[in-house]
Each structure stands twice: as C-alpha cells, then as structure tokens.
Design a protein. Structure first.
Length: 124
C-alpha cells in the first residue's frame, strides 16, 4: 500500500537535544492520537562515511556545536496527512509551541512531503 511521508532535517545545537526530545515526544503522541501511522525522530550520531559527497551536516550547514535531527511522519496518503495535520495544528496542547520557543532555529529546518515508491517495512 502506498504511503505518504513528511520528512524533516533540522540542524540543532547539541546542548538542545534533550529539550527537543521532550518537545518531539509530546508532539509525537498528538500526531499518533490523530491518526499518523508512524512518528520518528532521530539525532545524528555518525557521519564519516568515506566517499560520500554530501552528508546531513553539510546539507544542513551545521555549526561545530550542532548536529542534525532527521525525522519523519508516515500517513496513509496525502489526503490523510492533510486531515491529521489540520487536527494537530488546531490542538490546544501545541498552542505554546511557537517558533520562538523551539530549541533550534526553525528558519534552518528543511521539510517536505514525499510519496512512497518502495516500502519494505518489516512485519511484526
């Protein structure tokens, strides 16, 4: 079955990872409550792959004290994503999550929506 994915790449100060984790754990619960199929947040740990022309830190133009958060949210379809996001954005539990309160520079965040073309998810 085809899926739709919102993906994010966020340069973040290393000292702000725990604050970000708390915010994303709260947000993830809300996304899942409204029907997202999967909510994943990953913090960069290893980028020294020989021969790679561009790594996430280069892509995100991280500073020496920063790393990268790579995350995604999975939906059934683009229409499903739009319905879920409308509910999430209207949820009062996220009202205090203004860009100015985030533990990273929101202007440097990259994001986009992706239609899945291959999905080899393991069966549980």
């Amino acid at each position: 079955m085809a899926r739709y994915v919102d993906g994010f790449v966020i340069p973040i100060p290393k000292k702000s990872i725990e604050a970000y984790r708390k915010i994303s754990a709260k947000a993830g619960k809300i996304w899942m409550e409204y029907g997202a199929l999967q909510y994943v947040e990953c913090v960069g740990e290893h980028f020294d792959i020989p021969g790679m022309s561009i790594t996430f830190p280069k892509l995100a133009k991280t500073k020496p004290n920063e790393t990268v958060v790579f995350s995604w949210i999975v939906y059934k379809s683009r229409a499903h994503r739009d319905r879920v996001n409308a509910k999430v954005m209207a949820d009062p539990r996220l009202a205090n999550m203004a860009p100015s309160t985030m533990p990273f520079d929101i202007k440097r965040m990259a994001y986009g929506g992706f239609e899945t073309i291959v999905d080899m998810t393991a069966k549980k």
